[in-house]
Design a protein around this ligand. Structure first.
Ligand code: 3K0
Ligand code: CA
Ligand code: CA
Ligand code: ZN
Length: 420
């Protein structure tokens, strides 16, 4: 994808633009795809307002630490950033950034050397089958629907009497809405493993499994995940694989979809919201599954965590407004989000904040889960705290155990709170 031939074309195209721009404005309206290759920039001294502004140029904030934002932008988006007054320097080409990570070639479809501990789609499905097979009384696997390319989106239910729909608070953990956020799949697999293999020996696990119905969805975006690793080199892919550009699943949910400048209508933007709310089959499958948990008029899922990477944050709704209290959120409800969010953050060392404190988002999972269903819903941005670019999405496999067990206590807090 980032061959030297393409680089040569980029240089030539850029030279043409310089030469022709004064005479022919139409040249810049026909960018070659090479000219669209994104780069990574660092923007110091940002706050939630300026980060929202950055995203509005079509660029995407991919990490924040102490106000320093890491930003992904195409040349065109970078130009808009500069025009908006952001000082962004030269940037590092995405191909270059990925080459630093892609230290060794993997077999197609597999993670490369140093990343073998990660589970690809097939390995994740096999792991869920193994768990369900080893613990048939408390674990059952099914599918919530299919992706664009026809892959099942598997879900594991964990509870005592797992074959029955009992009257117990239900809790949802979902992972990997964003393709390149592979560490999150491992987080969901950690939850699946801990609450099954620990059942016989760990009284706290037994209490949670007996008293709750736990739903784990390790890969919301199976096509994007597979595409990201399929060539043997990471692609830095975020969206699903709908049409050629993909849709950002976490801007495609149906609560105040596209309302507030927190997503893009440009298919080339990383936060492209899609043609309509639920236009992505993956979000539609999530909606149908969560809607199906309304029993006798009451939503059974009481609490949820949507795992992402990176920046080490605990986020709560709303994302579409910077107001704490608004339509659909009372002060009391907000205070509960902040209290439980703060407690979870205390346990894992993340920073707790409202989702819009990162930047404004609309059509994300949090806003719909709370706005539509009053689910106590959080988004976790996992390790690392800062990544210096795309590297943050690709920590080597030797961090998996530490960075997933790091969230055990937070998961336990949420399971407790689901019964409150
Ligand atoms: O609710 C939120 O603020 C979501 C944050 C999430 C997103 O969808 O933009 N951050 S991520 O894309 O870097 N995982
Ligand atoms: Ca049960
Ligand atoms: Ca139930
Ligand atoms: Zn994400």
């Amino acid at each position: 994808m980032f061959s030297s031939r393409r680089k040569a074309v980029t240089v030539a195209a850029a030279a043409c633009l310089v030469l022709l721009a004064p005479f022919s404005a139409s040249v810049s309206a026909e960018p070659t795809s090479a000219a669209q290759d994104p780069a990574i920039y660092t923007v110091p001294n940002t706050d939630s307002t300026s980060r929202t502004e950055i995203n509005r140029t079509g660029a995407q904030v991919i990490g924040v630490r102490d106000g320093v934002a890491t930003v992904e932008a195409t040349p065109e988006q970078a130009q808009r950033l500069r025009a908006a007054g952001f000082v962004i320097g030269e940037g590092t080409g995405l191909g270059e950034a990925l080459q630093r990570i892609n230290r060794g070639q993997a077999a197609p479809g597999d993670f490369p050397p140093g990343y073998e501990g990660y589970h690809n789609y097939d390995e994740t499905v096999a792991e869920l089958d193994r768990i369900a097979g080893a613990h048939p009384d408390i674990a059952a696997k099914s599918s919530i629907g299919k992706s664009v390319e026809g892959r099942d989106i598997p879900v594991l239910k964990i509870s005592d009497n797992v074959g029955q729909d009992e009257d117990e608070p239900e809790v949802l953990f979902n992972c990997n809405q964003h393709a390149r956020e592979h560490l999150t799949t491992e987080m969901c697999l950690r939850i699946a493993d801990r609450f099954t293999s620990g059942y016989a020996s760990d009284p706290a696990v037994k209490e949670a499994v007996d008293g709750r119905e736990i739903w784990v969805i390790p890969i919301v975006n199976p096509d994007g995940k597979s595409y990201d690793i399929e060539s043997g080199d990471f692609q830095g892919w975020r969206k699903n694989r709908q049409d050629t550009t993909g849709t950002d699943l976490n801007r495609n949910w149906g609560y105040k979809w596209g309302c507030c400048g927190g997503s893009s209508d440009d298919p080339n933007a990383e936060d492209y919201r899609g043609t309509a709310a639920w236009s992505a089959p993956e979000t539609a499958a999530m909606r149908d599954f969560i809607d199906s948990r309304v029993v006798g008029g009451a939503q059974q899922i009481k609490a949820a965590i949507d795992f992402h990477t990176y920046s080490e944050l605990v986020l709560w709704p709303f994302g579409h407004t910077s107001d704490d209290v608004t339509e659909g959120m009372t002060q009391e409800e907000y205070d509960r989000f902040a209290r439980v969010g703060g407690e979870m953050a205390q346990s894992n060392g993340y920073t707790p904040q409202q989702s819009s404190d990162l930047y404004v988002t609309d059509g994300d999972s949090l806003d719909w889960m709370w706005g539509q269903h009053k689910i106590l819903a959080y988004t976790f941005e996992m390790y690392p705290a800062s990544g210096g670019g795309l590297d943050g999405f690709y920590p080597p496999a030797d961090v998996i155990e530490k960075e997933t067990t790091r969230n055990d206590a937070a998961v336990d807090i949420l399971l407790r709170e689901a019964g409150a």
